[in-house]
Design a protein around this ligand. Structure first.
Ligand code: FAD
Ligand code: 2HG
Ligand code: ZN
Length: 476
């Protein structure tokens, strides 16, 4: 866990005193958590691989309270870690040492929804799935969806610039977020919360906070453009005998389904085995080397079904797919999606997980999985490859009985070098957090990192915002 394995030393921040606790209790009566038991789940990440030792968690309800907390912490030189749903996969959401946790859990109010433009304005602590349910009642949907939707907060989604299962259709948060409000480390409030589609007045400051992983300020409110809820959704699960076939299915799929294609995900046979073994999910197809999940979202059931059927006939005729099944009703759609969405959960049951989230040219995606598998041999329990193929995003995961330096040494820097050689990114959508910040140079130049450090220093000269995360400190 933290410290020993990662060889990191505590920076000279102040330590929380009784006087500090008094101040917090005055500001947030009944919303200051200091009980060790209650703090446990906030001090450890979802993967249970990094653990901090925070002694206090603050639960503000509004922007003003966040501002008061940060102004005080900055003056006192107390380090803080913003925390949403704590579903992050790179150790960014938990303290490394005794940083104060600022939770957005009680900032869960919808502020406004414009049912003509689809602009939703809400507080940062709204849970993604709750927002989606709220919108569905009004004929709209959220432009992003991910397996952690039941727990992750929209503020956390912005802070990590989460990608997920709908990016292929609705694009990244960098396009769908219309505005945001953030509290800077000195307590000042940056209000960029507009709901305009177009606004070219000066630099687009909201982009700095999207993907900043809590290192520049706390995102307190969000304005996001939501699409209409599609009235016709179909899902197909296909089996393919090689990755080459998967790629051919993708090309054919784009030709046939074009504008109604909303997801193109793939996973290999090892993933299927894991969800069957650990989660008892049912594979509706005969065993295959690869599986492809295709989703269409459109406005005409008949038109979409016709298109999907034409595509399936072409794929079968061309011998690209060995077997397949189609779902139009909600419960079957859900059970097919579960096979893909719950792989992360199944992996967590399998052992210690080494997790890589890479983007690279699609034709190279699976070669890395095969090389990794051959390289590790019997030292690994399972090596799997899956991901958002439509976005060129591979999730390479390796499980072992426990963490060992031998497995780690076989994986790193190999995986990062391989990715950099193919001009890929070593973090496609999960961010760098605590675990990967020192690997940034595989994907960014020295000059780019130096400019990031200058921006960080300008906004957070004392470095109190989520220290030890995302970018290497300036003197490295
Ligand atoms: P947290 O985990 O609490 O925090 C993440 C980071 O953001 C931390 O650095 C934290 O300090 C910072 N932060 C949180 N809230 C704020 C705020 N209000 N202001 C400033 N900084 C803040 N990610 C994807 O991209 N695509 C996926 O498909 C995907 N699927 C997942 C499936 C599962 C089962 C799990 C467990 C995770 C998945 N993730 C995925 C990763 C994770 O869910 C996302 O990164 C999510 O966006 C994190 O949201 P959160 O509220 O849990 O943030
Ligand atoms: C997904 O796409 C998530 O399911 C998690 O991004 C990926 O666990 C992973 O590696
Ligand atoms: Zn993903």
């Amino acid at each position: 866990l933290t410290g020993e394995r990662y060889r990191v030393s505590r920076l000279p921040f102040s330590r929380v005193t009784a006087q500090d606790l008094n101040f917090f209790q005055q500001e947030l009566p009944g919303r200051v958590v200091t009980d060790e038991e209650d703090l446990k789940s906030h001090n450890i990440d979802w993967l249970r691989t990094v653990r901090g030792n925070s002694k206090v968690l603050l639960r503000p309800q509004n922007t003003h309270e966040v501002s008061e907390i940060l102004r005080y912490c900055n003056e006192r030189n107390l380090a803080v870690t913003p925390q949403g749903g704590n579903t992050g996969l790179v150790g960014g959401s938990v303290p490394v040492f005794d940083e104060i946790l600022i939770s957005t859990a009680l900032m869960d109010q919808v502020i406004s929804f414009d049912d003509v433009s689809g602009a939703l304005v809400c507080q940062a602590g709204c849970v993604l799935e709750t927002l989606n349910q709220y919108l569905e009642g009004q004929g709209y949907t959220m432009p992003l969806d991910l397996g952690a939707k039941g727990s992750c907060h929209i503020g956390g989604n912005l802070a990590t610039n989460a990608g997920g299962l709908r990016l292929l259709r609705y694009g990244s948060l960098r396009g769908t977020v219309l505005g945001l409000e953030a509290v800077l480390p000195d307590g000042s409030i940056l209000n960029c919360l507009n709901s305009l589609r177009k606004d070219n007045t000066g630099y687009d400051l909201k982009q700095l906070f999207i993907g900043s992983e809590g290192t520049l300020g706390v995102i307190t409110s969000v304005s996001i453009l939501c699409p209409r809820k599609p009235s016709a959704v179909n899902v197909a699960l296909l089996g393919c005998e090689s990755f080459d076939r998967v790629l051919q299915v993708f090309t054919l799929c784009r030709d046939h389904l074009g504008e109604i294609l909303s997801a193109f995900e793939f996973f290999d046979a090892s993933c299927m085995k894991l969800v069957q073994k650990h989660l008892h999910l049912n594979n509706p197809l005969p065993a295959n080397a690869f599986y492809v999940l295709i989703e269409t979202s459109g406005s005409s059931t008949q038109h979409d079904e016709e298109k999907l059927n034409d595509f399936l006939v072409s794929a079968m005729d061309a011998g690209l797919t060995a077997s397949g099944t189609v779902a139009t009703d909600q419960s079957k759609i859900k059970s097919i999606w579960a096979l893909r969405e719950r792989i992360t959960e199944a992996l967590a049951h399998d052992g210690y997980v080494y997790k890589y989230d890479l983007s690279m040219p699609v034709d190279k995606l699976y070669a890395l999985v095969e090389e990794t598998r051959a390289r590790l041999g019997s030292t690994a329990k399972t090596v799997v490859g899956y991901g958002h193929l439509g976005d060129g995003n591979l999730h390479l995961n390796v499980t072992a009985e426990s963490h060992t330096d031998t497995v780690l040494a076989a994986l790193e820097p190999f995986v990062y070098e391989w990715t950099a050689q193919h001009r890929g990114s070593i973090s496609a959508e999960h961010g760098l957090g605590f675990k990967k910040k020192d690997h940034i140079y595989y994907s960014k130049s020295r000059e780019a990192v130096q400019l990031m450090q200058k921006i960080k220093y300008m906004l957070d000269p004392k470095g109190i915002m989520n220290p030890y995360k995302t970018i290497p400190t300036a003197d490295q």
